[in-house]
Design a protein around this ligand. Structure first.
Ligand code: TYM
Length: 342
């Protein structure tokens, strides 16, 4: 496997991408369209670093055996989606100690008030009211550490992570101002609204599609069977009109059109023309079939990979080795700047 080096070469520095995904249950169509599809696309032009962020996952109580299984499965799914461990660095967060180490330093440079304003913290502390732990609160500092360790230029995420990205930039700027230039300031890379920045629940299109939704009809898992996918789309909540068109107030149809557009490459106008005079029923079936078709090769590759545990282990060991070498350099720089004796 070739070494991907995130440092200047002949005076030119190839831009660096970092992103992460939590190994909590299977991935949804929201994860795939909002983030993973872009992760795959960016691999040819950037030095990409992708992580299964299991340290983040334990901010919510996990069953240890299940977390272990989900972590391997998440890693396999990334490769199945098209992340190529020969091109990109793909690793498991807990294999690289610099993440937790830098997170502590950043914790000490992040304000209580800033963390209190995070909507994900507010949502999750309402949902898990019996376990509002310190890690859930300081989660954004760990996420900032993930990104800043690799001096990332761009962070491909869905719209729900934008606020965390803004905090990352604020903390990085604060650190640079205090100690001199240390971190590159990362930019978010978020799809346009109609191209999947925020895929909505199929049962309540005003809510984000989420794998933790108690109603499985509300989300598509990347591993759902084709017939389940079509069934879920057929029962998607829309509105009482009949015209397939992208318009404010038609949240359910807008969501389905966004999904169909990303998967087929068709524009909103083309979709409207395709379904002119047809009902929502035909449209929903077409969306379901197109999504099932898009996911079919991923599911096949996933099944193969889960039977190649040695190969997966070889990939994540090598990924961690490369990630450790890059992240250690940034951590060392940070420790020196804050005055830790070498
Ligand atoms: P996570 O694991 O919740 O989701 C992974 C990625 O999927 C995107 N996403 C969506 N996009 C569109 N529509 C949706 N319904 C939808 N649901 C999820 C998320 O925006 C995300 O890009 N905190 C992060 C993980 C993380 C991270 C990082 C990301 C940890 N460290 C550093 C980037 C950089 C999270 O919980 O994502």
């Amino acid at each position: 496997m070739s070494e991907t080096v995130a440092v200047p070469q002949n005076g030119e520095r190839k831009k660096v991408i970092f992103s992460g995904i939590q190994p909590t249950g299977t991935f949804t169509l929201g994860n795939y369209i909002g983030a993973l599809k872009n992760w795959v696309k960016l691999q040819d032009d950037y030095n990409c670093v992708y992580s299964v962020v299991n340290l983040h996952a334990i901010t919510v109580r996990q069953d240890p055996a299940q977390l272990k299984k989900n972590t391997l499965s998440a890693y396999a799914l990334l490769l199945a989606c098209g992340i190529d461990p020969e091109k990109s660095i793909v690793f498991i967060q807990s294999h690289v100690p610099a993440h937790a180490e830098l997170a502590w330093v950043l914790d000490c440079h992040t304000q209580f008030g800033e963390l209190s304003r995070m909507t994900q913290f507010k949502d999750k502390s309402a949902r898990y009211a019996d376990n509002i732990n310190a890690g859930l609160f300081t989660y954004p500092s760990l996420m900032a550490a993930d990104i800043l360790l690799y001096q990332a230029d761009l962070v491909p995420v869905g719209a729900d992570q934008k606020q965390h990205l803004e905090l990352t930039r604020d903390v990085a700027n604060r650190f640079n101002n205090l100690y001199g230039n240390t971190f590159r300031i990362p930019e978010p890379y978020i799809p346009k609204a109609e191209q999947g920045a925020r895929i909505m629940s199929l049962q309540d299109p005003t809510k984000k599609m989420s794998k933790s939704d108690p109603n499985p009809k509300a989300f598509i898992s990347i591993l759902d069977k084709p017939e389940t996918i079509v069934k879920k789309f057929r029962s998607a909540v829309t509105d009482s009109e009949t015209e397939v068109c992208y318009r404010e107030g038609k949240d359910g149809i807008n969501n389905l059109m966004g999904i169909y557009s990303v998967v087929t490459g068709k524009s909103m106008d083309e979709i409207t023309r395709e379904f002119a005079g047809k009902g929502y029923g035909d449209f929903k079936t077409a969306v379901g079939e197109a999504v099932a078709e898009e996911l079919r090769p991923i599911q096949e590759r996933y099944e193969q990979l889960m039977n190649q545990k040695d190969y997966l282990e070889q990939c994540y060991r090598l990924g961690a080795e490369k990630a450790r070498s890059i992240s250690a350099r940034t951590l060392q720089k940070v420790y020196k700047k804050v005055g830790f004796l070498p």
